[in-house]
Design a protein around this ligand. Structure first.
Ligand SMILES: [Zn+2]
Length: 74
């Protein structure tokens, strides 16, 4: 038995995605017709990139250098 999507040899025994080889191919088959139904005109196929802390700017709140007060000793 070959997967109808990727034509890869797959077994039916204990295969929850049969007749497909994997969940990916099963979703691909489902998506093939689903996309026809739910086809939306717009840039909806954007990949979400992991937001990183790429803020390489100096913080205005310099707590460590807050040495404005006068030191009156004596
Ligand atoms: Zn497959």
């Amino acid at each position: 038995m070959n997967c109808p999507i990727c034509r890869k040899a797959t077994s039916w025994d204990g295969n929850p995605w049969r007749p497909f080889c994997s969940e990916r191919c099963q979703l691909t088959d489902l998506g093939s017709w689903a996309m026809e139904e739910y086809r939306v005109p717009g840039p909806n196929l954007t990949m979400e990139l992991p937001s990183e802390n790429a803020e390489a700017v100096e913080s205005p709140d310099d707590e460590w250098t807050g040495n404005h007060g006068k030191q009156s000793k004596g």
